[in-house]
Each structure stands twice: as structure tokens, then as C-alpha cells.
Design a protein around this ligand. Structure first.
Ligand code: MN
Length: 259
């Protein structure tokens, strides 16, 4: 008998005060860059974007809560985007901090904790990996260059998703195992922040050759993992980059088991 497909929620990016030329003068847009949704769909799951629920906001008086998303969906993908407010991990904003959005931080932290508690799979991409680290008590470098920890560029505004670097898998790690025991790979890099103190229960699965953390996994959950790169941009244009299918496939397998 046919069974319903796995349903994956993607948390949105927020654009406050959208420019008039988009036709939404002064409004807030919640949006999804399409590549990750297409990856999920290509592998046979349904992808839905889940608008923010603001505690104390107008939705708070309605009968919908973050828990309804957690109960309804089989897995969560945390997209990339704005920097996380450093006050979330007990630091004051530095000079090189990028744009932040407290509503998005609160919503995604609540989602992440809820999915973890339900032991439903969570995949964090770029900012999403950093959010996983912060959620478990870790801290971030607000800017890798300013912190003096990057030995090579992790972002190139002109090249954007064409900018890539090497990573090394931690020997014997889970990530290495799903990539057939490979030792190194090449991934894109579109970030200026990175993991500083590692959150509790998290294991580093890969680092770039300069030592910057590129993948973390929580040891206590079926699938709670973040990658600093954007696997959704590893498409046919970039045959030399690490294929996204093993990673996304493992995430969706756990989602199917939990369904
Ligand atoms: Mn990088």
C-alpha cells in the first residue's frame, strides 16, 4: 500500500522592509532559496517552507505553535542566511558582525530543540550548523578573519558559490563512513563566521585544512548534524565537489524511519 511521502520543513530567510521594486513596499518577506527544496524533492520527499511563529506576536493569539510543526513534519532543515545574534551565546556584537534577526534566531532555536526532543532529524546548513553549535552551549567566531583563525578564504563575494576549499574528514567518523571512507573532499565555502567553542555533546566530523570546523554532529540523536558548506549548491556545475546525495539521503532515511 502506498504510504505518504516524508515531509521536510525548511525554515525561511527573512527580508524586512522589502524594496519597493519587488512589489512589497515595506513588507517582510519569508523566502526560500530553491536549491535545497529541489534537492529534497529530487530524493523523493516533500519540501515545505514553515513561516516563523513569533512568541508574543500576533500568531501567539492563534492556535498554532512551533510544536505543531514538530508534530506534523518528519524532519527539519535549517537554511543559511543572516548571522546569529552573539547575545544568544553570551557575547556582545563586534564590528564585523553581519545583519542579525532576533525573531529568526528564537524561532529556529525553538524548532531545533523541539525536533531534537522528538528525535526527528535535523540538518543545519551554514548558519544552520552554527545554530546547532550555539543551541548546545557553543560559541562562534563573529568573523573568522578578525579572529585570526582562518588560514585561507572561507568567503569570496565575487565568486560566491564557486568559491571552494578542501576539507578533511575526521578518521573513523560518521561523515567519513557515508562517503566510503574518503579522507578529503572539496566543498564550497560562503561563510565568514565559524565554530569557536564546541557545544556540549557535539562531535567534529570534518575540518578545513586550516582547522576551521566544517561539520558537527550530536552523538545523542538519530540525526542532528550541521555542515558549514552548502550541499544544495553542489550540483552538475561542480562535478569535483562532494556529492550531496549521501548526506541528504541519510537525513531522509532517518526521517522515513521516524515517520
Ligand atoms: Mn569553509
Amino acid at each position: 500500500m502506498a504510504r505518504g511521502k516524508v515531509i521536510i520543513g525548511l525554515s525561511p530567510r527573512l527580508l524586512r522592509s522589502a524594496p519597493a521594486e519587488l512589489g512589497f513596499r515595506g513588507k517582510t518577506l519569508q523566502y526560500l532559496e530553491q536549491s535545497m527544496a529541489h534537492c529534497v524533492m529530487r530524493l523523493g520527499a516533500v519540501a515545505v517552507m514553515i513561516p516563523t511563529i513569533e512568541r508574543g506576536g500576533s500568531i501567539g493569539q492563534w492556535e498554532v505553535a512551533t510544536g505543531d510543526y514538530i508534530a506534523t513534519l518528519d524532519g527539519l532543515i535549517l537554511q543559511g542566511g543572516a548571522d546569529i545574534d552573539p547575545r544568544v551565546y553570551g557575547e556582545q556584537p563586534g564590528e564585523l558582525l553581519g545583519p542579525i534577526d532576533a525573531v529568526r534566531d528564537r524561532f529556529e532555536l525553538e524548532l531545533l530543540r523541539g525536533f531534537a526532543e522528538a528525535n526527528k532529524p535535523v540538518l543545519g546548513v551554514c548558519r544552520g550548523m552554527q545554530l546547532i553549535n550555539v543551541a548546545f552551549g557553543g560559541t562562534l567566531h563573529q568573523d573568522l578573519d578578525a579572529a585570526g583563525v582562518a588560514g585561507h578564504a572561507h568567503r569570496n563575494d565575487a565568486l560566491y558559490d564557486e568559491h571552494a576549499h578542501e576539507i578533511e574528514f575526521v578518521a573513523g567518523g560518521w561523515l567519513q563512513s557515508i562517503y566510503s571512507g574518503a579522507h578529503r573532499a572539496r566543498v564550497n565555502s560562503i561563510h565568514h563566521q565559524g565554530v569557536n567553542q564546541l557545544g556540549a555533546g557535539l562531535i567534529v566530523e570534518a575540518r578545513s585544512t586550516d582547522g576551521v570546523v566544517e561539520c558537527v554532529r550530536h552523538e545523542s540523536f538519530a540525526f542532528l548534524l550541521g555542515v558549514q558548506w552548502h550541499p544544495e549548491f553542489h550540483d552538475a556545475r561542480f562535478p569535483a565537489l562532494l556529492p550531496m546525495e549521501p548526506l541528504l539521503g541519510a537525513f531522509l532515511d532517518v526521517a522515513a524511519q521516524k515517520r
